[in-house]
Design a protein around this ligand. Sequence first.
Ligand code: ADE
Length: 221
Amino acid sequence: MRIDILTLFPNMFQGVFQESIVRRAIDLGKVEIHLVNFRDYTMDPHHKVDDTPYGGGAGMVLMCQPIFDCVRSLKTEDSKVILLTPGGKPYRQEMAYELSHAKHLIIICGHYEGFDERIKSICDMQISIGDYVLTGGEIPSMVLVDSITRLLPGVITDESHINDSFHNQLLDYPTYTKPRVFEGMEVPEVLTSGDHKKIEEYRYQESVRLTKENRPDLFDK
Ligand code: ADE
């Protein structure tokens, strides 16, 4: 998979893709990530990428021209163009699965007050990572890249994501490791019983309990 991230702040990504699973996926050749500064595409003599909003109001709005030209220079018939915005569709694990099958993602990070509405015309989807407003799409794009990369075949074992939270509308069950007793807190006995049927049943019940407690909205589904 190839991912192009269109951003005015490529330095924000320093380090994020150089560690852990994403780094391994890059090293294994499973994903190629390019940071593209769309300021490089502006035709403005002063390298402007934003301007004041028509109709008045606070802040600056990203202009069409640099983003249109940048997307057009990268886009092929295999590309999916994603716009990150708090007004987008809420990001879900099933969207991460769907996007992990794409060959090429172009992710546009907005910044400042917003972007010219006409930019949506060149996008296939608009995504929000949650009901809060960040200063830009950079952190949301890191969330997308991380969640999609770990699902690419051969990056982590299949078993790891079969048990992920949200896999069947349930949160993940609790896990423990050594020692068996830590500061008086014991590992549930069933997990050391060796009875795999009982362990599976215990884990399922715990997933149900946690989902009811923490995410009644998911449970009702
Ligand atoms: N840009 C600013 N806030 C955002 C959010 N919550 N999701 C996606 N992009 C954003």
